[in-house]
Design a protein around this ligand. Structure first.
Ligand code: HEC
Length: 238
């Protein structure tokens, strides 16, 4: 092999990967234009603006600092690239009590408001794109519990229930503080982890993280312009 061929081969192996993994996505996503809704296909007018609420910026920082992205993804892949759409309640709820089937793939607009899209680096634990929806459904199934309490309990001790004894999600106990009860118990004390003389309180990092996690509802309907196919399907149905 000549040196010239070797250098060319080297440039192609690194250059092409760099082009398709870094440059093409960067150019496609750097400036997301607002998408105008169309009355015809979306049944609404105005601009598509994905809803996110909660302490997203602080919570995203705590999420990053604690390496949640190492084991949890935030991407529902398109069906040609994986079976995420069919995993139980990953992509939205298949049977939402009010809206019916809300499942859909992730798009770049879902990360609106975040400085860094934490799509995740491996999938050891479940995808968290629609975690808040799953928690709401779980809380409703238990007779109207509080999704935030479920999350605090998970972060404090992922192995608390007999079914989860072998769970591998790390415990984040250092995000909580145990206080001695002096006089009146605190109104912010968690309903678990306390005893006769002490109570458990979430720190500000735990609150921000839970607020961020409770905003994980990436199932808002997207305009047909983003959804690639449905516009034609609707047109054909008329
Ligand atoms: C070492 C890998 C790992 C890390 C790091 C990790 N998790 Fe997990 N997580 C898991 C696994 C695996 C599960 C599935 C249940 C189990 O086995 O614990 C899980 C389950 C969960 C669940 C329940 C999901 C559901 O759908 O019910 C939540 C919520 C969660 N993790 C949040 C977090 C947060 C927040 C962080 C960062 C502070 C984090 N995890 C860091 C591995 C991890």
């Amino acid at each position: 092999m000549s040196l010239r061929l070797f250098i060319l081969g080297l440039a192609a192996s690194f250059g092409l990967a760099w082009l398709f993994v870094v440059i093409v996505p960067f150019v496609k996503m750097r400036n997301l234009e607002p998408i105008t809704l169309s009355k015809e296909t979306d049944g609404a007018v105005g601009i598509f603006y994905p809803k996110r609420s909660g302490r997203i910026v602080n919570g995203a920082k705590v999420y990053a600092e604690n390496g949640c992205y190492l084991c949890h993804t935030q991407v529902v892949r398109p069906t040609y690239a994986g079976n995420d759409m069919f995993r139980a309640d990953w992509a939205g709820l298949a049977k939402d009590p009010e809206r019916g089937d809300t499942r859909r793939e992730t798009n770049a607009y879902d990360f609106e408001g975040e400085t860094f899209a934490q799509i995740g680096s491996s999938r050891m634990g479940p995808d968290l794109s629609n975690l808040a929806r799953r928690l709401e459904a779980a809380a409703a199934a238990k007779g109207g519990g509080d999704p935030a309490t479920l999350l605090y309990a998970h972060l404090y001790d992922p192995r608390r229930s007999p079914e989860a004894r072998k769970a591998t999600c790390p415990s984040y106990r250092f995000l909580f503080t145990r206080h001695e009860i002096k006089g009146q118990p605190s109104s912010q004390a968690l309903p678990f982890g306390g005893d006769a003389t002490t109570e458990l309180l979430p720190d500000s990092d735990a609150k921000a993280l839970v607020s961020y996690l409770l905003a994980m509802k990436k199932d808002q309907p997207v305009p047909a312009a983003l959804n690639f196919a449905p516009a034609e399907a609707k047109a054909a149905a008329r």
